[in-house]
Design a protein around this ligand. Sequence first.
Ligand code: LMR
Length: 400
Amino acid sequence: VFAGVVRAPEDPILGVTVAYNKDPNPNKLNLGVGAYRTEEGKPLVLNVVRRAEQMLVNDPSRVKEYLPIIGLADFNKLSAKLIFGADSPAIKENRVTTVQCLSGTGSLRVGGEFLARHYHERTIYVPSPTWGNHLKVFAIAGLSVKTYRYYNPETRGLDFQGLLEDLSAAPSGAIILLHACAHNPTGVDPTVEQWEQIRQLMRSKALLPFFDSAYQGFASGSLDTDAQSVRMFVSDGGECLAAQSYAKNMGLYGERVGALSIVCKTSDIASRVESQLKLVIRPMYSNPPIHGASIVAAILKDSQLYNEWTQELKAMADRIISMRQQLFDALQARGTPGDWSHIIKQIGMFTFTGLNAKQVAFMTQEYHIYMTSDGRISMAGLSSQTVPLLADAIHAAVST
Ligand code: LMR
């Protein structure tokens, strides 16, 4: 009965790892998926995560019962505090509902389905380009997905004029997906002044902000700085949605731990919204897993663990920033044709190199370097040892 099933293509990002795993070359390098690696090229479990896990294992009161549909209460409260700030009026006034979801993707999906069922405008605008999964997540959630201009390939920076024009032309009430910081895949963010202009425009047109916050603390090294855009939209008293992921900033990728928050006008509305979120979640996966959320809650509620976390987070962010400088210097040293200053200007996990699909294929074939075909490289996968190989490959790709 399934003989007619057509083979689907691999995922454009996770499929890069599939191809990488098949390559027998010992010097192969995976710069596809955004996952942090140490200087030795190894995945990293944060010390603070190991310590929190040890505490959980040694606590006999910990059981494996089902969590409530919306997840671990402590985790939800602490997650809202982390993104909106401890002194956020929206939290104090009890106008926020936060539900634990399956990392960033699950949070976006639950938020998308809620909006498709209960919000009057079913169009969501995502930046062009954006993380490829956004388009699929929101379409399957039942929203109509359109794009707004974001990146200018000529300047390798923000197309701010295009962005303002497209948001101005969007229908009143449309949902706007915003990357809270470290835009994926471009590494290009608006300045604080530009965020303020975006906020004013969006509020004047009643456009609904939906933030994807996948890199809080990972971009600048500061949890507060990376949440600034979100906080600007919350401090004006308006509504917004925010999806949070702990994949990158706590290295909890495979634990699938994240949260969706919806900031409402009153606490009564927030509690009604929460009741409807439960109806989205229950038939989808019933309730979320307990382990990852318990680790996050343990770290966020203990000031010593929290401080340790911020230090480890800063070390990861700093290592990525230093990789940017090293790669830039290596290309300069080789006299590689072109202006590569965007490598040190862009922020976060990725550099949007400007390399085209043909050049990427060349680098994979000749140098066993794996990356997405849009020319995005995960700086977090690079180390001092592998920078020369990547620089050689880029040099050859643009010189042939
Ligand atoms: C990425 O963009 O590489 C990450 O967000 C991982 C993913 O799920 O695609």
